[in-house]
Design a protein around this ligand. Structure first.
Ligand code: SF4
Ligand code: SF4
Length: 82
């Protein structure tokens, strides 16, 4: 099963640069979400082998097919490395 990006304020298109929510006019953070959540467009398009933790690693599920623009069901975000 692919790890998915969280539907939280940090990944929401309504979050402004000062951590204010455009919809609600309050400060929010990664612990919050709401029914108005909208994933930032760049986060949606960024999900491919190029941003996968497993790209060109031994645990890639499809080493012969992996390439920028491709993605499989076990994609994991690079930031999971921490
Ligand atoms: S409170 Fe809702 S609309 Fe505002 S940033 Fe968070 S998820 Fe987005
Ligand atoms: S094929 Fe799957 S596991 Fe391999 S790099 Fe692409 S998304 Fe990651």
């Amino acid at each position: 099963m692919a790890i998915r990006l969280g539907n939280n304020c940090e990944n929401c298109d309504n979050l402004m640069s000062n951590n204010m929510c455009k919809e609600h006019g309050v400060m929010v953070g990664s612990n919050y979400t709401c029914d108005k959540f909208e994933m930032k467009a760049n986060l949606i398009t960024d999900r491919d082998c190029n941003t996968c933790l497993r790209y060109e690693k031994e645990d890639c599920a499809n080493p012969t097919k992996a390439a920028p623009g491709m993605m499989c069901s076990v994609w994991a975000p690079l930031s999971a490395r921490a």
